[in-house]
Design a protein around this ligand. Structure first.
Ligand code: NAD
Length: 370
């Protein structure tokens, strides 16, 4: 039986509530003998600030470095609005992404049939939707230098952000996209704006060369990022994998996400380079949502995004693809039973809380495991 090291960082607000449901599922996998998960738990965000005066301790950073996967809840809340900038809760997440060099952010948009009517788009456009956005996460305009606001002295100021990409940054994230496409419907759309941006010209050139050299078996389409946004709301099911830079990925993944309904449903993964000896990638899995202070402590939070993030870990970090699919099916089955947390509640459905949703998914998993 394979052994995996898992670091749980529940964080703040609803983070610990949704993580509690995930813990029960992880324990079930170990008890069932699917794999042995060695689970450690640490502090991040406001919780770490209270305990250590920083958003993540050095000890937890070194646990994260040696873990096979980090499961992250959510951070932040009004209580820490006034803490120094470098110690704010979000700094813990940024440090994890930076120190683990997590350059590829995976955001799936999957529409569960039971929730197709909750989408802002018509059912026929989203029913059965299953696509994945691979966003470059550590480069581009959010990090490029110079990044300044200069006073021009004539009552005007000038703001500069710099969009900058090197070949290797484009190549490594595109490689992730092509590899993932091979495990799915074998199609990649590469989105940039080569019509107006030099970084788009290079992006197009590097993706095309990599495709020719190593991934000619995968269908590659180039698409301008603005057209991609339009196509996402026009005919989203035409996409399988979209690879794009940090800025366009930020926007396109939010558009894609909302095709499927609530924030409480959306998982994500951030992957780094593969270790040369083990082939395993550094990886952090987290729901897209934040700490939801408005509902924290009330047992109302939807745990599906957190649990679906673990399904991604089973798929991308632990090579347990069949179990990943079963866990996804267990989520779908709970929704088919008309069970809904408050955020996805619709007329005629049965409203339940965090713990009941977690328990239902676990029961369905047990049933699917046979
Ligand atoms: P949020 O995602 O926390 O909440 C937005 C809305 O969605 C709220 O009404 C909330 O109740 C609801 N919601 C979110 N997740 C839900 C779930 N699982 N189940 C049911 N409802 C859910 O975003 P926000 O309100 O803008 O931010 C709150 C705090 O979270 C801030 O401190 C912010 O900085 C932080 N934040 C953290 C992360 C992260 O940890 N990755 C991401 C976004 C925001």
């Amino acid at each position: 039986m394979a052994t995996f090291k898992l670091l749980l960082l529940p964080g703040d607000g609803i983070g610990p509530e949704v993580m509690a449901e995930l813990k029960a599922i992880v324990d079930w996998f170990t008890a069932k003998g699917v794999a042995s998960f060695e689970v450690e738990e640490g502090l991040v965000g406001g919780a770490a600030y209270e305990a250590h005066g920083q958003s993540i301790s050095e000890a937890d950073m070194s646990r994260a470095q040696s873990a096979d996967a980090v499961m992250f809840g959510a951070v932040g809340g009004p209580k820490w609005d006034g803490v120094p900038y470098d110690k704010r809760p979000e700094a813990g997440l940024l440090r994890l992404r930076k120190d683990l060099a997590l350059y590829a952010n995976l955001r799936p948009a999957i529409c569960y049939p039971a929730l197709a009517d909750a989408s802002a788009l018509k059912r026929e456009l989203v029913d059965g939707l299953d696509m994945l956005i691979v966003r470059e996460l550590t480069g581009g305009v959010y990090f490029g230098e110079p990044k300044t606001i200069t006073d021009l002295g004539n009552g005007q100021k000038r703001a500069i952000d710099t969009q900058v990409y090197d070949t290797y940054e484009i190549e490594r994230v595109s490689r992730v996209a092509f590899e993932l496409a091979r495990t799915r419907r074998n199609m990649v759309h590469s989105a940039e704006k080569r019509n107006v941006m030099k970084s788009g010209v290079l992006w197009h050139e590097v993706v095309s060369a990599l495709h020719r050299e190593s991934y000619a078996d995968v269908e590659l389409n180039h698409i301008l990022a603005d057209n991609c946004a339009m196509q996402l709301v026009r005919r989203p099911k035409q996409f399988d994998v979209i690879v794009t830079d940090n800025l366009f990925g930020d926007i396109l993944s939010d558009v894609a996400a909302m095709l499927t309904g609530s924030l409480g449903m959306l998982p994500s993964a951030s992957l780094g380079a593969a270790d040369e000896s083990t082939g395993r990638r550094k990886a952090l899995y987290e729901p897209v949502h934040g700490s939801a202070p408005d509902i924290a402590g009330k047992g109302l939070a939807n745990p599906i995004a957190m649990i679906a993030s673990f399904a991604m870990a089973l798929r991308y970090s632990f090579e347990l693809k069949d179990w990943a699919s079963r866990l996804d099916q267990a989520i779908a089955a709970s929704l088919e039973k008309n069970l809904r947390t408050a955020d996805i509640m619709q007329d005629g459905m049965i409203q339940i809380g965090t713990a009941e949703m977690g328990k239902s998914i676990l029961n369905e998993l047990e049933r699917l495991a046979g």
